[in-house]
Ligand binder design. Structure first.
Ligand code: M6R
Length: 365
């Protein structure tokens, strides 16, 4: 089953051009410049009434939810909250019958996510799932939802499920956006860049050798910071989680500008910062955050677009990714971070597919 790959994690990372394609298959309505989903089980009238969305999940799926928040608010202009399922299940936030809840989960068996979903259902809310495993508990109990079609994910560290979740959330934002404020032209543009994504991801994977070299220079350090802004802030959290769980290195993700409110105290010669700094968005602001790190002698590993001279000047290492629209950047920028965690863990002699203390699905509270 592993084919040419040494580990499931690496195999799953390299499956991403295909899994993203699978998440999109049959889900575009070109004439209407929108997405379509077979299983939401809600009428256009019901969907049009939604005035708030709650996304609930754990771990990596929660990070995908954070990307979803930015996407849904930007394209559909619906207020979104992203709740840790373990908190939501015991909280009592004011939700109305116009709130739509999505549980995001690869396995569909995560105990906290299932419990949060049941709590929302009990309150009579429309509760849907964005789920990979067909027929899992969450998929069965949800009122409807979106399957990821990513195929089995064996590695404990979630990789392809994350990019599939983000793809599903881009499509959901397109769909809900087109029911509201998003123009036909804007819809068309999103569809065009989504359709190019499998190829873009294949190109992104060409950074593999570069990442491996970077890993060989940094694998024996004990603290890492991951910094990004806007759409790349959740990517920073996700990159840090990947490194923590499989290499047992302490890593923290932050919105880059928050650094000066505390984490900057950690910067020194043995604490590298991984900056996610593709062009677009508030790129110049991230550059000045990089300057702040550099001034304190912190090593910088940058995930940036090709031919970025400014970044090359400031960073010790540059890992290049293709340039894509801002809202699609997480699909691209998360990939070198998955590879970085993989190679660092490998060099440290860790069991990448089955890290200590972790299970693939957390079915206990
Ligand atoms: O199956 P789920 O998506 O519900 O799992 C949620 C988390 O347990 C999971 O994403 C976990 O954080 C991964 N090990 C991260 O790589």
């Amino acid at each position: 089953e592993l084919g040419d790959f040494e580990h499931y994690m690496l195999k799953e990372i390299f499956e991403q051009p295909q899994t993203i394609e699978n998440a999109m298959r049959g889900r575009f309505d070109e004439d209407e410049a929108t997405a379509k989903f077979g299983g939401l089980n809600l009428t256009p009238q019901q969907l049009r009434r939604v005035d708030r969305i709650v996304l609930t999940a754990c771990g990596t799926s929660w990070h995908a939810g954070l990307v979803g928040e930015y996407l849904l608010e930007e394209f559909a202009r619906i207020p979104v909250e992203v709740e840790y399922a373990s908190e939501l299940r015991y909280r009592n936030p004011p939700l109305t019958d116009r709130t739509m809840v999505f549980a995001i989960t690869q396995s569909g068996e995560t105990a906290d996510t299932l419990a949060a979903m049941r709590e929302c259902k009990r309150k009579g809310l429309s509760t849907l799932a964005i789920c990979n495993v067909v027929g899992s508990s969450i998929a069965r109990e949800a009122d409807g939802g979106i399957y990821l079609h990513a195929g089995p994910e064996i590695g404990v560290a979630s990789t392809k499920a994350f990019t599939s979740q983000v793809t599903a959330l881009v499509m959901l934002s397109l769909f809900l956006g087109r029911m509201r404020h998003l123009s036909y032209q804007a819809g068309k543009r999103i569809i065009r860049s989504l359709k190019a994504m499998p190829e873009t991801i294949a190109k992104t994977l060409e950074c593999h050798d570069q990442v491996q070299e970077v890993a060989s220079r940094y694998w024996n350090l004990e603290n890492f910071l991951y910094l990004g802004r806007l759409y790349n802030f959740p990517v920073a959290l996700e990159g840090a989680l990947k490194l923590k769980e499989i290499s047992y290195i302490h890593a923290e993700g932050y919105p880059a500008a928050e650094m000066k409110h505390g984490p900057i105290a950690l910067i020194e010669e043995r604490t590298p910062s991984v900056f996610i700094v593709p062009r677009g968005g508030i790129y110049p602001k991230v550059i000045s955050n990089m300057e702040e790190v550099r001034a304190r002698k912190g090593p910088i590993i940058a995930i940036a677009c090709e031919d970025d001279e400014k970044v090359a000047e400031l960073a010790d290492e540059v890992i290049c990714v293709p340039e894509v629209e801002e809202h699609l950047q997480p699909l691209v920028t998360s990939i070198p971070l998955q590879l970085l965690a993989y190679h660092v863990a490998l060099l440290r002699g860790c069991n990448v597919d089955r890290p200590r203390n972790l299970a693939k699905s957390v079915t206990v509270e």
